[in-house]
Structures are given as structure tokens and as C-alpha cells.
Design a protein around this ligand. Structure first.
Ligand code: NAG
Ligand code: NAG
Ligand code: NAG
Ligand code: NAG
Ligand code: NAG
Ligand code: NAG
Ligand code: NAG
Ligand code: NAG
Ligand code: NAG
Ligand code: NAG
Ligand code: NAG
Ligand code: NAG
Length: 532
């Protein structure tokens, strides 16, 4: 900062540029030119000389003379690659003067490229935006801007940086960044140099962000499954973003399923129907893998596929006559333990049998066989039932058809009489005396003429039996006669008693009167007899 040192040289420079007093002076137009790199520019050297002047242009650039006049010369400079200063000399009256012009070269970046973004970016983690800018000048006027959509994330000047520069910015990924378009832009601001602001933008890159919870998906399957049954395997996971982009793989052992995937907000549900085949018997691993972005969560659960047919229960003859031997047998899958109703349960075995002598009580009896099989710690049951039909009868006994009924005349009564047998016998009761039919299991109004002995006959294809039923009717009229008779006796007795009593009272009164009359006479006699 010592002015004494720099001032003289500055004055010399000014002296060279400024018109020389009293002599011809040279000027150059334009005094400053701004041009794109590789471009060309014309400069006009003009001397204020009253005679033909001699010109010279000092430059390393390729120059050509385009035109000339007495006092001027027009040069064209081509393929200007960088800043440069031109010096124009002119000689007039043997005096040489010089003027300079500066050429400022600008250049758009050759390329502006945003490095590829991670294809999937976890929410809550940082990622880097990296922009490569090749070329671009003047550097002092060049700025690199990183953008999300139209929003500026970072703005960095290129000044002082190499021609090929990489500009970076760290961005914390959020849910809102899913689907956002990132880009890089250079701004070459040539407004201070009289031009405009030039922008170059990279191609945009779209980001996909995601959230996959740390929890494994939930698999809903039973621990055991029978061969041949249908099952819907469900796998679900909550807290996904974006749930619609998640992929689900469901597999039973090596068999890949083709699940139907549905989602609602952050919830994902995959369902697949399976029908297990006999070849798959055994313990299979059911797997559900949910993949979102670059991460995945999985769950595996064992499922035991078993085959367990119902036991075979056979009754040697389903319909037998009373007294016939019947063999009941139950056979199950090896490994299962059967329990046959009515047969001893010990020792445990996969088959059981029993022999029985069919009785009427066995008609309609159901034999059941239950097979139990243990699969993966669970005891499973399969049952089978067979009925037995025993042909017997017909039967009519005192228990179900009483032989003696006493009914009140005028009451409602029902004759309850049932005949047993297989096939069911037909039952009819007719009065022995005249063959009159008696309705059974049907309310009847009891009349005096119902009295009688009825013969009830039960008939089936297996024969017939009969039974006599006596019906006695109690006459209520007998009682009325008794009442009338009793009432009459009471009446007669009452009347008789009353008459007797009346007569006696009358006699007593008569006697008393007679006695009173006698008394008065005596008194009169006494008063007369006794002197006062
Ligand atoms: C160069 O400048 C002089 C003086 O200003 C002018 O007369 C002349 O026409 C110019 N030449 C061209 C080609 O513009
Ligand atoms: C040209 O100018 C020079 C100096 O400025 C002067 O000496 C000379 O006489 C002039 N010539 C003519 C023809 O005007
Ligand atoms: C992300 O980067 C910022 C600064 O660049 C830092 O402060 C922050 O801790 C980082 N966050 C994570 C999750 O890495
Ligand atoms: C700058 O990048 C361009 C294109 O990207 C390449 O052609 C050139 O060689 C690079 N220059 C330097 C100095 O790395
Ligand atoms: C060219 O000149 C301009 C203006 O003075 C300057 O900003 C720039 O840095 C120069 N370029 C180089 C390559 O020196
Ligand atoms: C990003 O660009 C794509 C295609 O260029 C467009 O479909 C999408 O809407 C843009 N995303 C945003 C958030 O503007
Ligand atoms: C940069 O922008 C300018 C004008 O805006 C354009 O002419 C030029 O082709 C662009 N360069 C690239 C590499 O896109
Ligand atoms: C079955 O029972 C009937 C009647 O009780 C009897 O007559 C018959 O001999 C029995 N049969 C067998 C095989 O025990
Ligand atoms: C049951 O009967 C079926 C058909 O008769 C037969 O195929 C099967 O093997 C039997 N099951 C058992 C356990 O005996
Ligand atoms: C036997 O089973 C049949 C049908 O399964 C049922 O209707 C009947 O009541 C059962 N018999 C007995 C005695 O339980
Ligand atoms: C089969 O029988 C067993 C025992 O008799 C019983 O516990 C089970 O509930 C029955 N199962 C079915 C399906 O009837
Ligand atoms: C019916 O019962 C009555 C008494 O309850 C008895 O006197 C009568 O002898 C019985 N008759 C028959 C046919 O059993």
C-alpha cells in the first residue's frame, strides 16, 4: 500500500492510454467486449490523424483485417477461448500511440448433472445431493443451486473452485420427500457485465422415501392343518410408508403363494388361500416377507400338516333280528387311539371291537367311535357314528298299556296305550262285546256306554299281540238320588219334630192356665178365711 511505488507506473499507463496532448491519438472500440468462449469479436482501431495512419494490433489471438479506412482499421478476432487484452498501436506523424481493449470470455457449463439418488431412502436418515458442474465461466459469476422442486436447499458460489466442481448438500429424508423431484441448477449472472442471468438445469431425479417398522409382520395361521382343508393365510403389518409400495411374499415350505394384497393408510394385509395336499404332510415353515424400499421384515411360523381320516366304524349288519349277534368294529389310522362306545378303552389301540347280542333295547342305538391323534402337541378327534336297527315285537305290556281304567262320566279322558316294536306295529282296540272302536291317544268325552272290555291288537310284519283293557265308567247320577233321599229324610224328620214340639207346648200352656185359675180361687178363699 505504498503509493510512492505504484503511482509512477500507473501514470505511465494512463499516459499510454490517454490521448497524447497535441498529437494523434488512437482509440479502440469497444473498449471492453464480453463474448462467449470460442466466439469472435470485431474491434475498430481509430486514430485521430489528419493523414493516413499505420495500425497494428498486438494479440495472441487469431486476427484478421476486415476493413480499413484512412484513420481506422477493423479487425476480427476469432475463436476467443479466454480473457485477453488487445493492444492497438497507431503511428501518426511518427508518433506511436496505443489503446487497449479487454475481452472477457464467458462460458455456460458444459454439463450440470445431479448424481443419482438412492432408489429408496429410509425416512429419518440423511442422504447426499451431489451435483457435478463441468466448466462455466467467469467463475466469479457462477453459482450452483441445489433444489427440491422449486425450493432452494443450498446455494454455493463456484468462485475459487476447479473448473469441474462437485457441490454437495446433506438432506434429511422425510415422508414429504417421497416423489419429490430434486435438481441442480447453475446460475451464470452476467447482469453486471451488461448481459443477463443464464441458467442451466440438470435433469431432475425423483426420490422415493419409505418407512418399514422394526416389528416383524404378523402371520395368522393355525399350528396344525389337515390335508385337504382350505386355509386363508393372512399376513399383516402396520406402520408402513408408503404401504402401497410394499411387496409381500408368502410361502408354505417351498411353495410360493400368490397373495392378494390390500392396504389402508399405513396398514398392509396379504391373504392367500391354500389347500394342502397329501404330499405336503409334515411340518412346514410358513413365511411372510414384507419388503419396502431396501429393507425387509419377515416372520416364519411352523405349521404341521397332517392327514387324519375319520375312523372306519362298521356294524356287521345294520338291521338284525332280536337275539342276533352283532359285531361292531372301529379301525383308525395307525397312530391314532380309538374309543368305541360301550367297549373297554384299555389297552389303547388303533382298533376296537365288540360283540353284542342284539336286544330290543339296542334298537336305534348309536355306536360311536372316537379316534384321537396327537399332532404337534394337540390332541385331535375324529368321530364316526353308526346306528343299529333291531327288529322285534310287537309288544304290549302293562307299563305302556294299563289294563284297567276307571273314568268319571262326562269327563275328558285319553286312552294311553303304546305298542312297541320294530317295525312299529299298528294298534287298534275294539270292544269285545260289539266290536266298537276305541280311539287311542285322542281325548274322548266319557259316556256311560263306553264301559266294556276292549281287545287291543298290535300288528307288525313280525307278528301280533293282544291285550285286554277294561274301561269302567262311574255314574254320577247315583249320588243325586242319595242326596234327594237323604234330603227327604231330613225334611220329614224335621217336620215331624217341629209338629211334636208344637203340640207339647200347647198342652203345657193349657195346664198352666188351669193351674192359675185354681190358684186364684184358693187365694180368694184364703182371704175370705183369714180375718184382717
Ligand atoms: C471505425 O471508426 C471510425 C471512427 O469512429 C468510423 O468512421 C468507421 O466507420 C468505423 N468503421 C466501421 C467498419 O465501423
Ligand atoms: C496535420 O497536423 C499536424 C499537427 O497536428 C500539423 O503540423 C500539420 O500541418 C497538419 N497537416 C495538415 C495538412 O493539416
Ligand atoms: C443429518 O445431517 C445433519 C447435518 O448434516 C446432522 O446434524 C444430523 O445429525 C444428521 N442426521 C442423521 C440422522 O444422520
Ligand atoms: C470436466 O468434465 C468434462 C465433462 O464432464 C470432461 O470432458 C473434462 O475432461 C473434465 N475436465 C477436468 C479438468 O476434469
Ligand atoms: C475473465 O475476466 C473476468 C472479468 O474481469 C473475471 O471475472 C474472470 O475471472 C476472468 N477469467 C479468467 C479465466 O481469468
Ligand atoms: C416429479 O416429476 C414427475 C415427472 O416429471 C411428476 O410426475 C411429479 O409430479 C413430480 N413430483 C412433484 C412432487 O412435483
Ligand atoms: C446452458 O444455458 C444456455 C442458455 O441458457 C444454453 O444456451 C446452453 O445450451 C445450456 N447448456 C447446457 C449444457 O445445457
Ligand atoms: C342272545 O339272547 C337270546 C335271548 O336272551 C338268547 O336266546 C340267545 O341264545 C343269545 N345268543 C347269544 C349268542 O348269546
Ligand atoms: C376305511 O375305509 C376306506 C374305504 O373302505 C379305506 O380306504 C380306508 O383305508 C379305511 N381306513 C382305515 C383306517 O382302515
Ligand atoms: C342316533 O343318531 C340319530 C342321527 O344321528 C339320532 O337321530 C338318534 O336320536 C340317535 N339315537 C340315540 C339313541 O341317541
Ligand atoms: C368326538 O368325540 C370326543 C369324545 O367322545 C369328543 O370329545 C369330541 O368333542 C367329539 N368331536 C366331534 C367333532 O364330535
Ligand atoms: C279294576 O280295578 C278295580 C278296582 O280298582 C277292581 O275292582 C276290578 O276288579 C279291576 N278289573 C279288572 C278287569 O282288573
Amino acid at each position: 500500500m505504498d503509493p510512492s511505488g505504484s503511482l509512477p507506473s500507473l501514470l505511465v499507463l494512463i499516459g499510454a492510454l490517454l490521448p497524447v496532448s497535441g498529437g494523434a491519438q488512437v482509440s479502440v472500440f469497444p473498449s471492453e467486449a464480453i463474448l462467449p468462449r470460442g466466439g469472435s469479436v470485431q474491434v475498430n482501431c481509430t486514430a485521430s490523424c489528419n493523414q493516413s495512419a499505420i495500425f497494428g494490433l498486438e494479440t495472441e489471438l487469431t486476427k484478421e483485417e476486415v476493413d480499413r479506412g484512412y484513420t481506422w482499421k477493423l479487425y476480427k478476432l476469432i475463436d476467443v477461448q479466454e480473457n485477453s487484452t488487445l493492444h492497438c498501436h497507431s503511428t501518426c506523424h511518427n508518433k506511436q500511440t496505443m489503446a487497449s481493449t479487454s475481452l472477457i470470455v464467458y462460458g455456460f457449463p458444459e454439463s450440470v448433472e445431479l448424481a443419482p439418488l438412492p432408489s429408496w431412502q429410509p425416512v429419518g436418515e440423511n442422504f447426499t445431493l451431489s451435483c457435478q458442474v463441468a466448466g462455466g465461466e467467469p467463475r466469479a459469476h457462477l453459482t450452483v443451486v441445489l433444489l427440491r422442486g422449486e425450493q432452494e436447499l443450498s446455494r454455493q458460489p463456484a468462485m475459487g473452485k476447479p473448473a469441474n466442481v462437485t457441490v454437495r448438500a446433506t438432506v434429511l429424508a422425510g415422508r414429504g420427500d417421497h416423489g419429490a423431484n430434486f435438481s441442480c441448477r447453475t446460475e451464470l449472472n452476467l447482469k453486471p457485465l451488461g448481459l443477463e442471468l443464464f441458467r442451466n438445469t440438470s435433469t431432475t431425479r425423483q426420490l422415493q422415501t419409505f418407512v418399514l417398522p422394526m416389528t416383524p409382520p404378523q402371520l395368522h395361521i393355525p399350528p396344525v392343518l389337515e390335508v385337504g382343508t382350505k386355509l386363508t393365510v393372512c399376513c399383516s403389518l402396520r406402520g408402513l410408508f408408503p404401504a402401497s409400495e410394499a411387496q409381500v411374499q408368502l410361502a408354505v415350505g417351498d411353495q410360493r403363494l400368490n397373495p392378494k394384497v390390500t392396504h389402508d393408510k399405513d396398514f398392509l394385509l396379504a391373504m392367500a388361500s391354500i389347500k394342502v395336499k397329501a404330499e405336503e404332510e409334515g411340518t412346514q415353515q410358513v413365511k411372510c416377507v414384507v419388503t419396502l424400499g431396501t429393507q425387509s421384515q419377515q416372520t416364519g411360523q411352523p405349521m404341521t400338516i397332517y392327514s387324519f381320516p375319520a375312523p372306519n366304524l362298521t356294524v356287521s349288519e345294520p338291521e338284525v333280528s332280536e337275539g342276533t349277534e352283532v359285531m361292531v368294529e372301529c379301525k383308525a389310522h395307525a397312530g391314532a387311539v380309538v374309543t368305541l362306545s360301550g367297549a373297554p378303552a384299555w389297552p389303547p389301540s388303533s382298533r376296537a371291537q365288540m360283540l353284542l347280542n342284539a336286544t330290543a333295547e339296542d334298537n336305534g342305538r348309536n355306536f360311536s367311535c372316537s379316534a384321537a391323534l396327537e399332532v404337534a402337541g394337540q390332541v385331535l378327534h375324529k368321530n364316526q357314528t353308526r346306528g343299529l336297527s333291531v327288529l322285534y315285537g310287537p309288544r304290549l305290556d302293562e307299563k305302556d298299556c294299563q289294563g284297567n281304567w276307571t273314568w268319571q262320566e262326562g269327563s275328558q279322558q285319553t286312552l294311553k296305550c303304546k305298542a312297541w316294536g320294530n317295525p312299529s306295529p299298528e294298534l287298534n282296540c275294539h270292544r269285545k262285546r260289539d266290536g266298537a272302536l276305541l280311539r287311542i291317544w285322542d281325548p274322548i268325552l266319557v259316556k256311560r256306554d263306553l264301559v266294556g272290555t276292549y281287545r287291543c291288537r298290535a300288528v307288525s310284519t313280525r307278528g301280533e299281540v293282544t291285550r285286554d283293557v277294561f274301561i269302567n265308567v262311574v255314574y254320577q247320577q247315583n249320588n243325586i238320588v242319595i242326596i234327594i233321599v237323604v234330603a227327604s229324610i231330613v225334611f220329614v224328620a224335621t217336620v215331624t219334630t217341629a209338629t211334636c214340639l208344637y203340640n207339647r207346648q200347647r198342652k203345657i200352656r193349657k195346664y198352666k192356665l188351669q193351674e192359675a185359675e185354681k190358684g186364684t180361687t184358693m187365694k180368694k178363699l184364703n182371704t175370705q178365711a183369714t180375718p184382717p
